[in-house]
Write a protein that binds this ligand. Sequence first.
Ligand code: SF4
Length: 550
Amino acid sequence: MFQPATILRNTLSLCPQCGAETINAIAQGESPATLRDHAGIIEAQIVESGGQVFMRKRCKHHGEFEDLLASDSAFHNRMENLAVPPEREYRPDEPLHDHGVMSVQYGTGTFIIFDLTNRCNMKCDPCYMDANAGQDVHELSLQDIQSILDRAATVPNRREVNLLFSGGEPTLSPHFLDTLAYARQLGFKRLHVATNGIRFAQEPDFAAKAKRAGLHGVFLQIDGTTDETNAHRGIRNFMDVKIAALEHILGAGLQVTLQTAIVNGLNTDQVGRIVQFALDKGLFGVIFQPIMFAGRDRSVTPEVRHARRYTLSHLAHDLADQVVWDWQPLRDWFPASAFSLLGYLSDRLRGDHRSMVCTAAPSSAVGSPLVVNVKTGSAAPLARFFDVEGFLGDVRRIIDQDLDGFGLIAAVQTAIDARFDSAGAPANFTRADLYQLHEQSMARVNSSIEGWTDRAYESGEWRLLIVLGMWFQDLFNLDLRSIQASTTVVATEEGEISFCAYNSTGWREAVERIHLTATLSEWHRQHGRHTIFAGGKLVPVDILAGSRSQ
Ligand code: SF4
């Protein structure tokens, strides 16, 4: 029986047991129609108890389930209160987008993910998508890729969006460079790859070739700043691979965001060091992604799952404890959707509805903007000396007024002035620097501004580094409300599917089975075997003298 608790709200979720049975049935050949009906949908409650937030649900067949959503209810409540709800802008209604109750219905997406292949040249533990463990290969042909991209380009009312090529390891796809070139030809400007970095490290000119083809940024996997803290990835010289990759990627002029999977008790002591590593290397950003129990991690015991579960409020508190500057969870963190107001402001300035906005649920994405001195690498949370919350409220009021041109710009400038506390700012940081950061923010959401990449990332003595926490749901904590307002979708032969629904509820298994490229043995017969770096193997890489991090 559940212990007494305060109910924050009700929602719908999935019974983990029914969900797992559905996934197994799909993997064994049952029609995806099962997924559209999703028999395992059950009522759930979000409750507060003992200063923490939990999801509770009861299945009439499989009993009670409880999982942690937030280690700090005050942080959770702050994110809920500051969130900007999604507009009903995006309602894909083609049959191809019918994923039953898991269909995306609201909001505005910021990421479209393309899994180019499920092959990988590593074998990590954990790996949410089970790379190299299955017996089937699912790899998109260039024709598949082009038709998926064509469809993504024609979705009505699409705002600017990031395309993120992923996998498996996407650079193993023989079509990687052609994919970039095709996406650019269709008019997509924000082209990114999520990679383990091995190919970038081993081929010195690969980053430059990718940039020429249209690549804009690289999401580089890293879970700690030493080989030991990345031991679960199975590569003995893990950090040398990252350093070599960074040398080539930064040398080619690409933006780098570190992408870190966090498992409670495994690498939670590394989060501060990872942010410091990003500052030292002059990188664009850091995204922390707490483990989702999908793929081969879905079957761990409840005890292991509870011990490894890590929430976004854990992250904010661990960062506060691990860095030398004052970084407060209840002052410096915001739901990502709060910054959608900057996208709407940009719309007013440019006179259309194309600026990038993120309307992710507050439990799915949070961020903390740091102001970084480009010369010294020192960092301070923006909210320490600028009332971000007050400013976003001002922006909301300004958007609602009928202003344009100079009147609009003057109103924004007045709001910036009013919210600036020069006494709390870093030494030598002026009001003019704040205007400059605002301009950077506008260029980040609007790629039609001339020279947007330079203005977004490289202007002035100060820059913004956004630390993001992205929480992906699994069968144990799935909240249908967030799934239906998903802002991160996977583009597949079966339409664009919420990332969490794709990886947690059986849609990946369905897509990979319906569009099977080859069994693993057939693939090996036709293409041979590629190297898999696992079990403590060394990856042959050359790095510049003095770059070694340890
Ligand atoms: S790099 Fe690791 S986590 Fe990523 S797909 Fe490959 S095996 Fe999975």
